[in-house]
Ligand binder design. Structure first.
Ligand code: H2B
Length: 121
């Protein structure tokens, strides 16, 4: 078996690198094809102009709702040790996801984006 096949086999059912693989290799940047395949399922997210992050803007009924949402995301971020960059004014939350440890987008950003979509739905 070629080494590339081993990496393929270590991906989870969403095609993202599994935790064991990340532990061995460091956090892998997504290829453009992996990024585009993931984003095809996530219409609320756009790729930042430099290609290194994804962005979504949300609006809520007021500050309380926005902050309650942020609290849920913050708890998940702490659990998974992966944190959003975000900007909040009153009922608006603008989110940028990128992986500092990878210098760009990784599977962790996709996982957090999916969580955010589920909470916002
Ligand atoms: N969040 C994000 N978005 N990217 C990271 O690379 C990252 C993080 N790294 N949260 C984590 C924390 C790292 O700094 C700690 C030491 O595990």
């Amino acid at each position: 078996m070629a080494i590339g096949d081993v990496f393929e086999a270590a991906k989870d059912r969403d095609g993202l690198p599994c935790a064991a693989l990340e532990k061995m290799m460091g956090i892998a940047r997504l290829t453009d094809a992996e990024r585009d395949a993931a984003l095809a399922q996530m219409p609320n997210w756009t790729v930042r102009a430099d290609g290194l992050a994804i962005e979504r803007k949300l609006q809520f009924g007021g500050f309380g709702e926005a902050f309650a949402f942020m609290t849920r995301i913050a708890i998940e971020a702490e659990k998974t040790d992966h944190h959003p960059e975000w900007f909040n004014v009153y009922n608006r939350v603008d989110i940028t996801l990128t992986t500092h440890d990878a210098g760009g987008l990784s599977g962790r950003d996709i996982q957090l984006a999916r969580y955010i979509d589920a909470v916002a739905a």
